[in-house]
Design a protein around this ligand. Structure first.
Ligand SMILES: Nc1nc2c(ncn2[C@@H]2O[C@H](COP(=O)(O)OP(=O)(O)O)[C@@H](O)[C@H]2O)c(=O)[nH]1
Ligand SMILES: [Mg+2]
Length: 504
């Protein structure tokens, strides 16, 4: 049962109402202490489904650190699990019952140092306990956030599972781990993973401890089988690519007192020896000085002080919230990639709407639009491994090539039409060239007939004018004749009168 001492684990990440916040002061008080702030750091964290003995197990790690690397370390040959050095495990809170007890992320406030002979330096070791995923108060997004954050912050993440390593467990690691990739933009965002199977159910198939774990990993994670669905092979591949190293250990059942008796208060004497034996193997393997995994950031080993900064950076990123997590990770990934493929394809298609004077120009333009569309796709930050990217990249290429064949057909069709037009025009020209007399006679006939009409009209007009003139002459003549006789009369009269006057 939990005791007073358990309250000493410090909550550094709060997870209230599914919102993550960092207790900067609490973290600063632990990581920025003078004696460790400039030391390189190894961060061990444990995560997994709630109520499966995570906090309980951390007490073994803490006991080891206290007794082997504390202020008064045990004789190197002494067994740190021997109850004579204290029989109670009571530091990290664990409890019976079915409800979750750990909220957010807790850090043990004492930081121990382990001397690493090969580099002649003291490495600071920090322990993190995390809120279990899939507890009944947490959303999937929130579990993913805690998993992603604790895994990004740690150099060794223990992923705790019950009885066996199932497809579901790998699916969770895959789903939650993808967020680390998204947040760090790193293809292999995490360092060491230990898959820890509690109450291993088939020791007759695979032995307890690390050898049995390695054999299970070979079967469940490293094996690629043609007979397996692609989805499973891909999932295995994704999980492998998330971590630099993956190990496994199979733990025995700790005994009825631990598992099911609410009066159990952490007495080492009441825990099955077999369980303690394999826990010891695990703890000593992880904390063996030359095995210590130093936390890296952007590939560089970091100090406690750097880790403090990392916490700030990551919680700030997570403050914006994670993208929505679908329960079916594959569906989410596929949707994201589909959308990215569609928008990249549209970009290609928009840029291809041009007229080209030659097939060479069309081909060149297609190639450059294609490159731009592929860049666009790859520059979109998406969930999923390089395998997924490869698959969707092929899809995008296929779509663009298919569309290009339509552009080519259209180009060929337009060009054929153009050629046909030119052919006809040339044909007409050559027809005119090859039948000049006929054509010129046609023309002359045309112009002749016009001339004829004009001439004939002129002739008619001239004829009419002549007739008119003739008639006019006749009339004039006859009127002149009449006039003459009148004139003769008057002149005689006038002459007579003159004569008369003359005579007067
Ligand atoms: N079956 C089983 N129960 C365990 C084991 N280790 C611890 N427990 C019990 O599981 C319950 C939950 O433990 P706790 O450490 O609080 O789980 P957490 O929610 O994963 O941190 C407690 O009753 C523990 O005594 C184990 O290896 N197997
Ligand atoms: Mg717990």
């Amino acid at each position: 049962m939990a005791t007073e001492a358990v309250r000493r684990a410090v909550q550094i990440i709060r997870n209230d109402n599914n919102s993550i916040s960092l207790d900067v002061n609490a973290l600063q008080n632990i990581l920025l202490r003078d004696e460790i702030r400039n030391k390189k750091i190894c961060v061990l964290s444990i995560t997994g489904t709630f109520r499966q003995g995570k906090s309980f197990l951390l007490n073994f790690f803490l006991r080891y650190l206290k007794l082997k690397h504390g202020s008064s370390p045990l004789d190197p040959n002494s067994d740190w699990l021997d109850p004579i050095h204290g029989s109670h495990l009571s530091d990290f809170l664990w409890d019976h019952g079915s409800n979750a007890h750990t909220n957010g992320i807790l850090m043990w406030p004492e930081i121990f140092t382990i001397y690493k002979p090969s580099s002649n330096e003291e490495i600071a070791v920090v322990l993190l306990d995390t809120q279990g995923s899939y507890d009944n108060q947490t959303t999937v997004e929130n579990s993913a956030t805690i998993f992603a954050l604790s895994t990004m912050i740690s150099s060794v993440q223990i992923y705790n599972v019950m009885r066996n390593l199932n497809q579901n467990d790998l699916e969770s690691v895959e789903m939650f781990g993808q967020y680390g990739r998204l947040l760090t933009n790193d293809d292999c965002p995490f360092q060491d993973l230990w898959i820890l199977v509690r109450d291993w159910l088939a020791p007759y198939e695979r032995p307890f401890g690390i050898p049995g774990g390695e054999s299970l990993l070979q079967d469940r994670l490293y094996g690629q089988h043609d007979a397996l669905p692609d989805e499973i092979n891909e999932q295995r591949n994704n999980v492998r690519n998330l971590f630099q190293t993956i190990n496994c250990s199979l733990l025995p059942f700790p005994g009825e007192r631990v598992a099911a008796d609410h009066t159990f208060n952490g007495d080492l004497n009441e825990i099955n020896d077999n369980f303690k034996r394999y826990v010891k193997q695990l703890v000593e393997r992880i904390f063996e000085p030359e095995n210590l995994v130093i936390k890296r950031f952007n590939g560089e080993e970091i100090t406690a002080n750097d880790l403090f900064q990392c916490f700030g950076t990551y919680t700030e990123i997570l403050g914006d919230g994670l993208p929505h997590v679908e329960t079916r990770l594959a569906a989410t990934i596929n949707n994201q990639h589909n959308d990215a493929v569609e928008s990249s394809f549209e970009l290609y298609d928009r840029q291809m709407h041009h007229n080209f004077s030659s097939i060479l120009l069309l081909n060149n333009h297609h190639e450059s639009c294609k490159t731009r569309a592929l860049d666009n796709y790859h520059n979109t930050r998406l969930l999923g491994s390089s395998l997924v990217y490869d698959r969707y990249e092929q899809r995008l290429i296929r779509k663009m090539d298919e569309r290009f064949s339509i552009y080519r057909e259209r180009f060929d069709f337009d060009r054929d039409r153009q050629l046909e037009r030119e052919r006809r025009r040339n044909q007409q020209v050559s027809l005119q060239q090859f039948r000049p007399s006929q054509s010129s006679s046609l023309v002359s006939r045309e112009s002749l007939s016009t001339e004829t009409i004009i001439l004939q009209s002129l002739r008619i007009a001239t004829g009419l004018a002549a007739i008119g003139f003739g008639i006019y002459e006749i009339i004039r003549q006859s009127s002149r004749d009449t006039g003459n006789s009148n004139t003769n009369n008057s002149s005689s009269t006038r002459r007579y009168s003159t004569d008369d006057s003359d005579s007067t």
